[in-house]
Design a protein around this ligand. Structure first.
Ligand code: 5GP
Length: 202
């Protein structure tokens, strides 16, 4: 079985990565979302093992030491990381896998997995992004300010990515990402073969 495609999706805080990724999962059956490990506390409605694996700082640091992570980073004062095990298991089953991770993590994955496909999700305008961050209403003022500052800085990272997708509507952004996955699947360099040359004959 062909290995799945490893997709990195990053973008500034508040751009709507989570919404776009969740929508994508409903329209592409073979697509899975990697569950990260984090030391931040669950937000209302978040469940252990669903949005994240929630853990403590000492436990996370022990996992760094024993080499459990494909990548990890500190984002807004908390640890976040992707475990090797999660990635290997799902790609090995032929599933395409989304890593919804920050720009530091994306850099590490690009280095370690050169065939990973990286997508930068950007807002239609900076005013739109600021409104989304301010309007989320789940955080205190200084958290919001820190997110705004990080978001503006994160926008500069787009040039290191393979693709840029504007999140004007969830459907449009997900449609473009879906087209990127289809195009990657057609790549000869990724193992696409015609019938009689190793391709499936349906
Ligand atoms: P939140 O706490 O709002 O869910 O996520 C905060 C930030 O952490 C987002 O930019 C998200 O993409 C990033 N993030 C989530 N999981 C991971 C991960 O496993 N690794 C890295 N490097 N960043 C992550």
């Amino acid at each position: 079985m062909a290995e799945g495609i490893l997709l990195i999706i990053s973008g500034p805080s508040g751009v709507g990565k989570g919404t776009v990724c969740r929508y994508l999962l409903t329209v592409r059956e073979a697509l899975k979302l990697s569950i990260s490990t984090t030391t931040r506390s669950p937000r209302p409605g978040e469940e252990e093992g669903k949005e994240y694996n929630f853990t403590t700082t000492p436990q996370f640091e022990a996992m760094i030491k024993d080499g459990s992570f494909l990548e990890w980073a500190v984002v807004h004062d908390h640890y976040y990381g992707t475990r090797h095990e999660t990635v290997q298991e799902l790609l090995g089953q032929g599933k395409d896998l989304i890593l919804e991770i920050d720009i530091q993590g994306a850099e590490q994955v690009r280095e370690r997995v050169p065939e990973a496909v990286s997508i930068f999700l950007a807002p239609p305008s900076m005013a739109d992004l600021e409104q989304r961050i301010t309007g989320r209403g789940t955080e205190e003022r200084d958290r919001i300010n820190s997110r705004l500052e990080t978001a503006r800085r994160e926008m500069d990272a787009y040039h290191a990515y393979d693709y840029l997708v504007i999140n004007d509507t969830v459907e449009n952004a997900a449609g473009l990402i879906s087209a990127i996955i289809d195009a990657e699947r057609c790549k000869v360099s990724r193992g696409a073969r015609p019938p009689g040359r190793g391709g499936e004959n349906k």
